[in-house]
Design a binder for this molecule. Structure first.
Ligand SMILES: Nc1ncnc2c1ncn2[C@@H]1O[C@H](COP(=O)(O)OP(=O)(O)OP(=O)(O)O)[C@@H](O)[C@H]1O
Length: 247
C-alpha cells in the first residue's frame, strides 16, 4: 500500500515560488489498478516522479507498506519495489533489449521468457530481442520496450506515465489488452497509470483526477468515469470539471 501524506512540491523561478503539488493526500491500496488523469499541467507526471524518487518533495511524506521512503533515492525506491515507466523513455546505447529485460527482471531470464514480455506489448520478439536500445528505435518502439521491462520487474507498485503516448492505433489495442491482463492478474502489487485515454480509464478500479496540484475527484471508476465522459475526450471533461470547481 502506498500512502502520500500532505505531499507538496514547489519550484522557485526568477520571481516566485510555484507550487506544483499542494498538500496532496492519497492512498493506493494493494492489488488496485489506479488511473490518474486530469488537465495538462495539473501535476500528474510530477506526482509520479515524486513517488518514484526522481523529484524530492518539498513537504509531506511517502510511505510504502507503512515504511517511510520519503528520503530514499530512486535506486533505493526501486529496490523497495517501485517501478517507473517514463513518459519519454531513456535510450541505453550499447545495451540490447534482451540485456535490459534481464536486468529489469533481476534474475536469469531466458530468451523465451524475455520474448514473451515483448510479445505482450505487441512487438515481434525475434525482431527486437537483439536490437540495441539506441536512437534507431522509434519513440513508440522504445515505449513498448520500456513497458515490457516494467512487466519483467513485476514490483509492488508499477507506475506508467502516459503509456499510450506515441503508440499507433494497432499497438494501442495490444496495449489495452496488456493492461487488462495486468488488471486481471493483479496480486501482491498495485498499478498506477497516468492516462487521458477512456479505454485505460475504463480498466481502472479507481480514478484519481488531479488538477492544479490537488485531487479534484477520486473514487471507483463507475462513480468517476461518467463525470469525465460525454465530451470529445476525458481530458476536455477534466478541464471542464476543474474550471467549474474554480468558478
Ligand atoms: N522542475 C520544474 N520546474 C518548473 N516547473 C515545473 C517543473 N516540473 C513541472 N513543472 C510544471 O508543473 C506543472 C505540472 O507539470 P506535470 O508535468 O506534472 O503536469 P501533467 O499533469 O503531467 O501534464 P500533462 O498532462 O501535460 O503531461 C506544469 O506547469 C509544468 O510546467
Amino acid at each position: 500500500m502506498l500512502t502520500l501524506e500532505n505531499l507538496s512540491f514547489g519550484v522557485q523561478d526568477e520571481k516566485s515560488q510555484k507550487e506544483i503539488i499542494r498538500n496532496l493526500n492519497l492512498t493506493i491500496e494493494s492489488n488496485k489498478f489506479v488511473v490518474v488523469t486530469g488537465p495538462n499541467g495539473g501535476g500528474k507526471s510530477t506526482l509520479a516522479k515524486l513517488i518514484a524518487g526522481i523529484e524530492k518533495p518539498t513537504g509531506g511524506r511517502i510511505l510504502l507498506d507503512g515504511a517511510d521512503i520519503t528520503e530514499k533515492n530512486i535506486t533505493e525506491r526501486a529496490q523497495s519495489g517501485i517501478s517507473y515507466a517514463f513518459q519519454q523513455p531513456v535510450r541505453f546505447k550499447g545495451i540490447e533489449v534482451f540485456d535490459l529485460l534481464r536486468l529489469a527482471s533481476g534474475k536469469e531470464l531466458n530468451i523465451t521468457d524475455a520474448c514473451q514480455y515483448l510479445s505482450e506489448v505487441g512487438l515481434c520478439a525475434k525482431d527486437y530481442i537483439k536490437r540495441e536500445v539506441n536512437d534507431s528505435l522509434s519513440g513508440g518502439e522504445l515505449k513498448r520496450i520500456e513497458i515490457a521491462t516494467v512487466l519483467a520487474r513485476g514490483t509492488k507498485l508499477s507506475i506508467f506515465d502516459e503509456p499510450e503516448a506515441g503508440i499507433d492505433l494497432w499497438s494501442f489495442q495490444n496495449l489495452i489488452a496488456v493492461f487488462e491482463r495486468m488488471r486481471q492478474n493483479i496480486k501482491n502489487g498495485s498499478i498506477l497509470i497516468i492516462s487521458h485515454q477512456e479505454r485505460i480509464l475504463d480498466i481502472a478500479d479507481e480514478i484519481v483526477v488531479i488538477a492544479n496540484g490537488q485531487i479534484s475527484m477520486q473514487g471507483p471508476k463507475d462513480d468517476i468515469l461518467p463525470h469525465l465522459l460525454g465530451t470529445a475526450s476525458a481530458v476536455d471533461a477534466c478541464t471542464k470539471f476543474y474550471n467549474k470547481e474554480e468558478a
